[in-house]
Write a protein that binds this ligand. Structure first.
Ligand code: GUN
Ligand code: ZN
Length: 465
């Protein structure tokens, strides 16, 4: 296949901005006029237009103008079968699951319903600039099959797995540990590593998993150590209280997943709002990740994730960020950035603006603040690192997939023109600082309307109407 070029204004990351306090630009790359060369869906060259174009005479080039091109967003935690149950009023996690979520997810045992749901799901992701996700399915294998099949049709990197639960849900919705083990094994053989599909062994949460179901997960991970593990951890106070009653021999929530040898690289636990300092330290040591889901922290009233604690350089925890749709009320990772900023600003801060000394010191408080560098790194390269897929996606380094999104900085509320007056002046961003300010405006003022084009493996799969 012959190479193609994408010319435009590019912004991506080569390092973690939390490691570059006061000089975050060192973690980023910016080309006001750049060129991305793509062959067979993979990036083969990238840099300033003049330099790169010289190396590729006669290249067929698409020029994306008046847009800022960033790597495709990575949603590290999303529930595919909750696509049609967004926006249920007024309940915290456990009653919300019983009253709204389980009844809806039960419908995904029907193949036609699941197939249609998968189309809606990926259409929404692409319209939001999300090119990679780690997704929960339902307790029916049909839902996992339909998700992977639709992902393959679009060639989108998708990590997912049969989502096991054998407690605290309607009888009809429950797996047995034996059925969960056998179906997971069959699905791993059929989908893992086929095309861009990757399999995650997925106990829904320890609160809904008996010791026998957790043993099935342990056995699967032992037999398929290359697979991911995706679950929830310490999301909601009632859940945390309940889980320790179910798994009485474990000292804390993370300890349950540790007991069954699931925590380490390629493990991610959603939320982690109520993790202790000791649990953070253990995650840091073992390389397991937490997925920060700020829309969900706020929508389900679960609490505020301690981002500044997770990013403590003395015990840095790998992070992915996610929507948690429908526990989060948006599909958009731009909305996630918006809410992450607000969670960070409010977290552990007293109403008079001072810091709550019982929970954190000044350094932790500063680490809660989501600058545009921290934010956009977290939903691109940082998310890829948290999921251990940074060899495949996350930035424009040659060898990775050409998954990217073109953002329109003028697509905020009509008539505001904040970008003109505050940031850019005429034309696009001229330097890294202007670009970062522009990205901050997009994350705080914009939403999915700012997503103009989404490309997957060098093909444009979405263009805003
Ligand atoms: N814990 C177990 N299941 C779920 C779910 O569907 N959403 C959220 N937010 N938390 C969960
Ligand atoms: Zn979730």
């Amino acid at each position: 296949m012959s190479a193609i070029g994408i010319r435009g204004t590019f912004f991506d990351f080569v390092d973690d901005p939390w490691k570059h306090v006061g000089k975050e630009h060192e973690a980023a790359r910016f080309h006001a006029d750049g060129l991305l060369v793509v062959e067979d869906g993979k990036i083969t060259d990238f840099g300033a237009y003049d330099a790169v174009a010289k190396r590729h005479q006669g290249l067929s080039v698409t020029h994306i103008t008046d847009r800022i091109v960033v790597p495709g967003f990575i949603d590290g935690h999303i529930h595919f079968p909750q696509t049609r149950v967004l926006g249920a009023f007024g309940q915290q996690l456990l009653p919300w699951l019983q009253n709204w979520v389980f009844p809806e997810e039960m419908k995904y045992a029907d193949r036609a319903y699941a197939k249609d749901g998968a189309k809606r799901f990926f259409d929404n992701l692409l319209a939001c600039g999300t090119t990679t996700c780690q997704a929960f399915t339902s307790s029916s294998p049909v839902s996992t099959e339909e998700l992977f099949d639709e992902a393959a049709r679009r060639n989108m990197l998708t990590i997912a797995g049969l989502t096991g639960i054998d407690r605290h849900a309607p009888e009809k919705f429950l797996n047995t540990p034996e059925q969960f083990y056998a179906e997971s094994k069959r699905l791993i053989e059929r989908y893992h590593g086929k095309g861009r599909n990757l399999y995650a062994i997925t106990p829904r949460f320890a609160f809904g998993s008996s010791p026998a179901l957790m043993e099935a997960c342990e056995r699967l991970k032992r037999e398929y150590p290359d697979c991911w593990v995706n679950t929830h951890v310490s999301e909601n106070p009632a859940e945390v209280r309940g889980v320790l009653a179910e798994h009485g021999d474990c000292a804390d929530y993370l300890g349950i997943y540790e007991k069954y040898k699931l925590v380490g690289p390629k493990f991610s636990g959603g939320h982690g709002v109520w993790l202790s300092d000791d649990e953070f330290r253990r995650l840091s040591r073992t390389g397991g990740a937490i997925t920060f889901c700020p829309c969900s922290n706020l929508f389900l009233g679960s609490g505020l994730f301690r981002l500044g604690r997770a990013t403590d350089p003395k015990a840095r925890v790998k992070l992915t960020w996610g929507t948690d749709m429908g526990g989060g009320n948006r599909f958009s990772m731009i909305a996630v950035l918006d809410e992450a900023y607000k969670v960070g600003m409010c977290n552990n801060t007293m109403l008079d603006g001072s810091i709550d000394p019982a929970r954190q010191d000044l350094a932790e408080s500063e680490r809660n603040k989501v600058s545009p560098y921290r934010g956009f790194w977290s939903v691109t390269l940082g998310g890829a690192e948290g999921l251990y897929i940074d060899d495949k996606v996350g930035n424009f380094t040659p060898g990775k997939a050409a998954d990217f999104v073109a953002l329109d900085w003028t697509a905020g509320p009509p008539g505001t023109e904040w970008h003109q007056s505050l940031v850019v002046g005429d034309g696009g961003p001229k330097d890294m600082e202007q670009a970062a300010n522009l990205l901050f405006g997009i994350m705080m003022v914009g939403d999915e309307r700012a997503v103009d084009e989404t490309w997957v493996m060098g093909k444009r799969l979405y263009k805003k109407a």
